[in-house]
Design a protein around this ligand. Structure first.
Ligand code: SF4
Ligand code: SF4
Length: 384
């Protein structure tokens, strides 16, 4: 059986979180071998204060490290976030309150972009049979993934599987956004990464999460839970049901299609709350996978920098994988060239001032309403 355990946790109070993490881990019967070398992979999308609910909360990492300390484990905490500010990933760890926790537990902080890489080949992969991953992933005894419970503009939800995208070093992430192009291909790539990394344990910070336009600019929500599982896909399938997105998250749908998981094998331990997460407003995430490629390339919602909020930090220009976001001069804000834009929304994710809005084109609105009208007509005919 693949076990998913849910423990209630109403606040980030240190002892309450430790208790919940211990309960969630013991709920699935997971045992940590004493003296293990352990790599933690939190979600550090960018350097953001813990109360913004963008990154895995330091209290959750503190709790996991406390458990590992008791077992005399050696700890590494690694990430490859999209941050381009001075100081890179290590600065992001500082801002997210994680560096302080690392110092407390004598854990080493790792920027995956600076690590030696290993070329791995996996014949089970559907999109990328060969990829380069940080060597450290293969030199530890245990990988624990620590995702944050959030919506995602492109992939609808970011959980256990999506969190592993942060194992891809540096600009390769942007390149992957550029070459995948559709959410279906991107979901296949994420599952290929999961096949190579396969964390033995995933613990999700669902004490506070994000709905709406996550992963960086949504609304803070308080599900009040910690979830643990020995299988990241199983956790995501249970989580999508809890947040009211059942059957819609592309990574889950494609994992089922690829027979990477059998839902009948999932056992849930603990009470499954009903959480009604608000979906991202950018409609591309709501489209079926076969349509998303068409919409992504033609009638998608494009990023519009808002001059009233923009501080001309040029993060969006630096992260854009295809050079669509341009700096034309020092005075005017960034400009998005729609002909080049592949709608990966990296710029929106990485804007520290929430200055990038995703706006639908008129053609998009007409197309989507026509699409749903035809769909309703077919549905009516089918019922008759
Ligand atoms: S402008 Fe933004 S959404 Fe468009 S390709 Fe560049 S980073 Fe992606
Ligand atoms: S839109 Fe955001 S990321 Fe881009 S320059 Fe303005 S503030 Fe910086």
């Amino acid at each position: 059986m693949l076990r998913v355990s849910i423990a209630k946790c109403k606040s980030y109070d240190k002892s309450e979180v430790l208790n919940a993490v211990e309960n969630a881990i013991s709920g699935i019967g997971f045992k940590i071998k004493p003296g293990s070398k352990v790599l933690l992979k939190p979600n550090v999308l960018m350097g953001a204060a813990p109360e913004k609910a963008i990154t895995t909360h330091p209290s959750v990492i503190d709790a996991v490290c406390t458990i590992l300390d008791k077992k005399k484990c050696k700890i590494w905490i690694g990430e490859s976030c999209g941050l381009v500010k001075k100081g890179g990933v290590l600065q992001a760890f500082e801002e997210a309150g994680i560096a302080k926790i690392a110092r407390k537990h004598d854990a080493r902080l790792v920027s995956f972009s600076k690590e030696k890489l290993r070329k791995v080949r996996n014949e089970q992969a559907a999109f990328e049979k060969e990829m380069h991953l940080p060597e450290i992933l293969f030199n530890v005894d245990l990988i624990i993934s620590l995702p944050k419970m959030k919506t995602h503009t492109l992939m609808l939800f970011t959980g256990g599987v999506k969190n592993l995208f942060g194992c891809i070093p540096g600009g390769k992430k942007q390149q992957y956004h550029a070459i995948t192009g559709t959410k279906e291909k991107f979901a296949n790539l994420l599952l290929d990464i999961w096949l190579n990394v396969k964390p033995a344990l995933t613990i999700m910070d669902g004490i506070e999460g994000m709905d709406g336009n996550g992963p960086g600019n949504g609304n803070i929500v308080k599900p009040g839970i910690i979830i643990a599982s020995d299988n990241a896909i199983a956790m995501d399938i249970v989580a999508e049901r809890m947040i009211g997105f059942e059957g819609e998250v592309p990574t889950n749908a494609i994992a089922l299609k690829r027979k990477l998981i059998n839902p009948a094998d999932i056992e849930v331990i603990g009470e499954e709350p009903r959480l009604n997460f608000v979906k991202p407003s950018a409609a591309v995430s709501k489209l079926p996978a076969w349509l998303s490629g068409f919409f992504l390339k033609r009638v998608v919602a494009y990023p519009h920098p808002n001059p009233k909020k923009c501080k001309n930090c040029w993060n969006c220009v630096k992260v854009c994988p295809v050079g669509a976001m341009e700096k034309r001069n020092e005075k005017d804000g960034p400009y998005c060239g729609k002909n080049k834009c592949i709608a990966c929304y990296c710029c929106q994710e990485m804007c520290p001032y929430d200055a990038i809005e995703l706006k639908r084109s008129v053609l998009f609105s007409i197309s989507i309403s026509a699409y749903y009208r035809v769909l309703n007509l077919f549905e009516k005919m089918r019922k008759e």
